[in-house]
Design a protein around this ligand. Sequence first.
Ligand SMILES: NC(=O)c1ccc[n+]([C@@H]2O[C@H](COP(=O)([O-])OP(=O)(O)OC[C@H]3O[C@@H](n4cnc5c(N)ncnc54)[C@H](OP(=O)(O)O)[C@@H]3O)[C@@H](O)[C@H]2O)c1
Length: 376
Amino acid sequence: MIGQPARRFLLLDPIQARFLDTQPPPLPPMPMKAIVFDRFGEPADVLTVRDVPIPEPGPGQVRIRMIASPINPSDLLVTRGRYGVLPTLPATPGFEGVGIVEKLGPGLNPLGRLVLGKRVAVINGDGGNWAEYVVIPSRQARPVPADLSDDDAATIFVNPATVLAMVRHTLRVPRGSWVLQSAAGSELGRMIIRLARHDGFRTLNVVRRPEARDELLALGADRVICSSDGPIDQQVHAFLGSEPVRYALDPVGGETGSQLFRALAPDGRLLVYGSLSNQPLQIESRALIAGNRVLQGFWLGHWMRSRNIPQSLSLFAEIARLIRAGILRTRVGSRFPLDRIAEAARLAETSGRPGKVLLTMNPSPHVNPSPTSPIF
Ligand SMILES: NC(=O)c1ccc[n+]([C@@H]2O[C@H](COP(=O)([O-])OP(=O)(O)OC[C@H]3O[C@@H](n4cnc5c(N)ncnc54)[C@H](OP(=O)(O)O)[C@@H]3O)[C@@H](O)[C@H]2O)c1
């Protein structure tokens, strides 16, 4: 090492000095496994598992050792290039999950440093959770109460927050009124059925598979309609007669969403929050003009930006309470390691699959408690 300043070794003994003098250059970052895609397309075709460097947390950030992350419809929309906000490629999907904070970046205040070593919900608005390690801003790592299981923690945010934001904050559904919803057998649709029992409103639920009917009635659905039994608006009117439907929720679009809109009372409101059919809505202009019907989009990302810190903390506390009560709990149907991503992505979109598909990354030190109330 010609040219090294001799002054550096003055306080070291000769053995230490020799060791330092021959120290190899810093090791390259350790690799980890991550799901990566280079082009938008069918998830099973474009998602690959790769060795990439473990990321280092920057200022205000933390590094999390991931335990699990669900495959949600929004992750697959991103992969297909059909989501509202798209990443620069190559990219890693995954908006939510659970993990342990194992490293802090520089510049965190004492509050930010408190999360070190904690099990946290990993709320990652930029995506990237389908990896063994992920770096996010410290404020997006939300410590999870010890009595919630890893499955609860991995699925604590996207669907539960959307349910409360749509039903309680946006539509403000009053007790006793009817809510008409499509894709009612989805994990989110089941949460709405259980919340209706809790909050005192009634649900008219549309499914595409007749087999789902009994399951949803057992959950507390007031009525289940199968889209293959005829136009939804006609089925609704045949059942309710002159009783109005003022609130509807649609994540499907196409013919299903359009029929939901037709079923609305003149002062009714349809909240569109998904595009599962990938088909456009067809709305008759006169149906909007006559009466006072409202067609409105909902996106959790936008809605959360309107929340301040105390509001978002109280939202999390309420979600935890309702998960404990079984109302906002997600059923987990299967688990896959990252290297079986193609299989996992296919299963996530298989009709009638029971419960969410979870990707698992690292073992959890958390002992999963038994659910405090039955899982439906
Ligand atoms: N806007 C937001 O901020 C926001 C936030 C969270 C979730 N979401 C949306 O909420 C929806 C539900 O999410 P999730 O995680 O609960 O889903 P999930 O558990 O994966 O369930 C998907 C459900 O959709 C049904 N489905 C799929 N394609 C359909 C189609 N073409 N026509 C009718 N039904 C169809 C399936 O029916 P089968 O049972 O018959 O297979 C299944 O019950 C998704 O669209 C998601 O993007 C939106």
